[in-house]
Each structure stands twice: as structure tokens, then as C-alpha cells.
Write a protein that binds this ligand. Structure first.
Ligand code: URP
Ligand code: ZN
Ligand code: ZN
Ligand code: ZN
Length: 485
């Protein structure tokens, strides 16, 4: 059955124009005026944009003695209800676990997904086996990105020599490393000092992770990526020292990408001063929320292009799970939700305030990451032949965010009470209506794994430049040498 989206204004990362879209077999079959099909979707007065891609989620993730509460069913249902049509989750081997074994576990969990998904593979330890399996992961399993945690000492953290080895392997394989950039050694010491001083509430989580701890790690990761001739993607960039490191690297010709989260763009560190323990603990995530000054920097980075992608790091824990850290903030599971609210919040606080254009909104929610992850134009585009992952965006629709009406399975929402204007009327996942006015119609198993090919072009370019500029021995003739040598 064919379908036509009629009467809308198409908004892509680079164009805005009025046209209908014909969908056949889950793909965009034609774009033009007065198209007809078996079923018609009314987009009158709406923008039609590429569905959102959230490149940073943790569904049912084993972490800090528990599992994140939203699994692939609730997580992806939350996604489509808010206009997101693809998520990229982190496959997380426990240290020394085989990457392939962990991938099997993620394959099993993700079979419930209602929209398309892909995986990043985390490198949580280093060995010959991991080195060998990385090749299989890239060449046979459709994964071209590897995540490294510079924080969470004693759990997921890797140190510099492990990162350098893994980044170098990424370079050989045409893959890209990702980093969670915080200096885990310093964080661990600051945590202990705070606890020793009796500072055990959720606000101490923020005190233990100052902005320079993030900035230092960003600079270090950028240097290591440069030495390994590989591009670098820095997740959840939250502050100016980190942004500054990325900006400087890019100005110096390095291929470094930065991903702020919607949480850091709209919430600030005053949340941790809330007298209600639960309120503050629910907002414990790493890096923590920052002051308004840093927030403005992130918005400016999105507008100017020094930051490219807005994600959620959706890692939802219930209030009961957060209470594992009563009396010791280091035991509060780190993470917050955001999948169903990312697009409406970014529209409201970005486009409706003039900080972003609608085209920039599409770029940072979909197209840029599709290009970075090498799935463009199958995803992130409105072009003939692309997957019909689309959102029909009602500019006038509004709501107040509340846990009472959310899809996510947890009992609160960190954006509770915030008003948003601009909501999806329809979310289409490969041509199927996955959600209508927030109501999820998609079913478990509707989602498919999206394989991502290696992308050696940037890595080759970096290696070539390194080869040309490598230190070389100066060959001197005998007549130019001191006598007697
Ligand atoms: O606090 C966070 N961000 N939790 C999820 C794991 C991570 O660091 O991305
Ligand atoms: Zn080491
Ligand atoms: Zn992280
Ligand atoms: Zn994360």
C-alpha cells in the first residue's frame, strides 16, 4: 500500500519547500506536487522533517548494581512518541567479556524495539581477544563506532594506553572512537574527599565532577585521537572547557565531533540544590548539569557548528533505584531519561526562541549524525530512495511535560512542568505510522537493526597527512658532515 503525505512544508538540513511525499515499500518513492497514493496523511500547516536520530541511549543497561528501567520496548516507544525514529544504543561488555558475547545479549534485548536501531560497541578492557574481535565487529556486525569511558573508575574506565591502542585499531579498521570524557581518577578522589567531609547528598555528585575534569579529559582524548590518526566523537559535552577543546581542535583541522544533551541545554545545576532529596537524586547524571553560562556556550556551539548533534543519553532509573544512593551519593545510579522530550524541547527552546533555524534543528537532531555514523542518506534525509522515517511536525500543538502522560516506564520526568510548543502529529517509521499525536501505534519487533559500514575516508585522509608530515631522518652527504665521522 502506498501513502502520501500531503500539504506540508518539507524541512531538511538545507532546504525548505512545499511538496508532497509518496511512500512505497517503506521508502520515499517521489517528492512533488499533487501526488496521490492509497492512503493520505494530512500535513496541512505542518513541517515534514526527517525523523529524529538519537545516537546515545542505554536501554536495560547493567550499571551501578542495577539495570536502567526503560528496555528497548519502552525506550523506543518513548522515542517514536516524541518524533525520534532511530536510536543508537551502547553494547556494553563487562570488562574482559568477549565483544561478540555482549553483542549477542544486545541482539536479544533489542528484538523488542519498535523503531530502527543500531549499536556502538564499548571497549571496557584491552586484550588480544578484544583487538581481534574489533575487526569482526566492524566487518561482520555492522558497527563502526567504539565507545571509551574515561570515567567510572574500577568499573568501565579505560586508561590512556588502552585508549591509544583501541583508537589505533579503530584507525586501521575505518571505525571511529567515542569517549565519555571525564578524568575518572580525579573524580574518584574528589568523591572520597566529599564523603569523608560528610558531604553525601546528591549535590555532592556535581561537586565531584567540576567542569575542568571534563575539559582535561576532552583535551587528552583529542590528543590521543590525533596521535592515532582517527576522528573522534565526544559524547555528552556539558561545559565550556570541553566545548573549547573541541572548538580549538576543529580550528586546528582535527576531525572532532561534539554531542551536547537536551538535558544540559535546558536544565542547570540549581536542580541539585532542591531541598527534596528525590528531586536532586533523579537528576544525577554524568557529567552533571552545569550553570547557565555553560548552557549558553552549548547553544552557541550548535548555532555556529562547533557542536553538531543533540542526544539524550536516555538512561532512566526509577526513584527507588535512585534511592540506592541514600547516604552515599556515589551509589546513586547515574542517568536521566529524555527520549520522548528531546525534539519538542529543542524545538521550543531552540527554534521558538530563534537560537536555531528549523533547518539547523533538522541538522542537529538527524542529518549530521546520519552523516557522522555513515547511514546517510538512508537515514536523516528526505530524498527519493531514503527510508521513510519522517515526522509531521505540528508547529502550534503544545503540552506541559508530565510523568503522568509519559511513555517511559519511570515514575517521574526531569522536565516535569515545562511547556513545549511544536509536537509531532505523526511519526513514520519506514513508512508505517509509529505514533499519532503522541499515541504509540508501533509494535514490538517493528524496528530493525541498521548496519553501518566502516568509513575509511576520513581515517585514510588523516593517515595520509600524517605520513606526509611524519618526522624524517635528514640524509646528509659526507661533504656536509664534520671531518672524521
Ligand atoms: O550518567 C550517565 N550519563 N549515565 C549513563 C552512562 C553514561 O555515562 O553515558
Ligand atoms: Zn594501563
Ligand atoms: Zn557517559
Ligand atoms: Zn551514556
Amino acid at each position: 500500500m502506498s501513502m502520501v503525505i500531503r500539504g506540508g512544508t518539507i524541512v531538511t538540513a538545507d532546504l525548505t519547500y512545499e511538496a508532497d511525499i509518496l511512500i512505497e515499500d517503506g521508502k520515499i518513492a517521489a517528492i512533488g506536487k499533487d501526488l496521490s497514493g492509497d492512503k493520505v496523511i494530512d500535513a496541512d500547516g505542518c513541517y515534514v522533517m526527517p525523523g529524529g536520530i538519537d545516537p546515545h541511549t542505554h536501554m536495560e543497561m547493567p550499571f551501578m548494581g542495577t539495570y536502567s528501567a526503560d528496555d528497548f520496548e519502552f525506550g523506543t516507544k518513548a522515542a517514536v512518541s516524541g518524533g525520534t525514529t532511530m536510536v543508537v544504543d551502547f553494547c556494553l561488555p563487562s570488562p574482559d567479556q568477549s565483544l561478540l558475547e555482549a553483542l549477542q545479549a544486545w541482539d536479544n534485548k533489542s528484538s523488542k524495539a519498535v523503531c530502527d536501531y543500531s549499536f556502538h560497541m564499548a571497549i571496557t578492557s584491552w586484550s588480544e581477544q578484544i583487538f581481534n574481535e574489533m575487526k569482526i565487529v566492524v566487518e561482520e556486525k555492522g558497527i563502526n563506532t567504539f565507545k571509551h569511558f574515561m570515567a567510572y573508575k574500577g568499573a568501565l574506565m579505560v586508561d590512556d594506553d588502552e585508549m591509544f591502542a583501541s583508537f589505533s585499531r579503530c584507525s586501521e579498521l575505518g571505525a571511529m572512537p567515542l569517549v565519555h570524557a571525564e578524568n575518572g581518577d580525579v573524580v574518584a578522589t574528589l568523591q572520597q574527599r566529599l564523603l569523608d567531609a560528610g558531604n553525601n547528598g546528591p549535590e555532592a555528585h556535581a561537586y565531584s565532577r567540576p567542569v575542568d575534569v571534563e575539559g582535561e579529559a576532552c583535551n587528552r582524548a583529542i590528543m590521543i585521537a590525533d596521535m592515532a590518526n582517527v576522528p573522534l566523537y565526544i559524547v555528552h559535552v556539558s561545559c565550556e572547557p570541553a566545548h573549547e577543546a573541541i572548538r580549538r581542535a576543529r580550528q586546528n583541522g582535527k576531525r572532532v565531533f561534539g554531542e551536547p544533551l537536551i538535558q544540559h541545554l535546558v536544565l542547570d545545576d540549581s536542580e541539585y540544590a532542591n531541598p527534596d532529596w528525590d528531586h536532586a537524586a533523579r537528576r544525577v547524571m554524568s557529567p552533571p548539569f552545569r550553570s547557565k553560562l555553560h548552557q549558553d556556550g552549548l547553544w552557541n556551539g550548535l548555532a555556529s557548528g562547533s557542536l553538531q548533534v543533540v542526544a539524550t543519553d536516555h538512561c532512566a532509573f526509577t526513584s527507588d533505584q535512585k534511592r540506592m544512593g541514600l547516604g552515599d551519593f556515589t551509589k546513586i545510579p547515574n542517568g536521566t531519561g529524555g527520549l520522548e522530550d528531546r525534539m519538542p524541547l529543542l524545538w521550543t527552546y531552540g527554534v521558538n526562541t530563534g537560537r536555531l533555524t528549523p533547518n539547523e534543528f533538522v541538522a542537529v537532531t538527524s542529518t549530521n549524525i546520519a552523516k557522522i555514523l555513515n547511514i546517510y542518506p538512508r537515514k536523516g534525509a528526505i530524498l527519493v530512495g531514503a527510508d521513510a522515517d519522517l515526522v509531521v511536525w505540528d508547529l502550534k500543538a503544545s503540552k506541559t511535560i508530565s510523568a503522568k502522560h509519559q511513555v517511559s516506564s519511570i515514575d517521574y520526568n526531569v522536565f516535569e512542568g515545562m511547556e513545549v510548543t511544536g509536537l509531532p502529529r505523526y511519526t513514520l517509521s519506514r513508512g508505517r505510522i509509529a505514533a499519532e499525536e503522541g499515541v504509540v501505534l508501533a509494535k514490538c519487533g517493528d524496528g530493525e537493526f541498521v548496519p553501518r559500514k566502516p568509513y575509511p575516508a576520513v581515517n585514510k585522509a588523516l593517515s595520509k597527512w600524517k605520513e606526509i608530515t611524519a618526522p624524517r631522518k635528514v640524509e646528509r652527504k659526507a661533504e656536509n658532515m664534520p671531518a672524521g665521522v
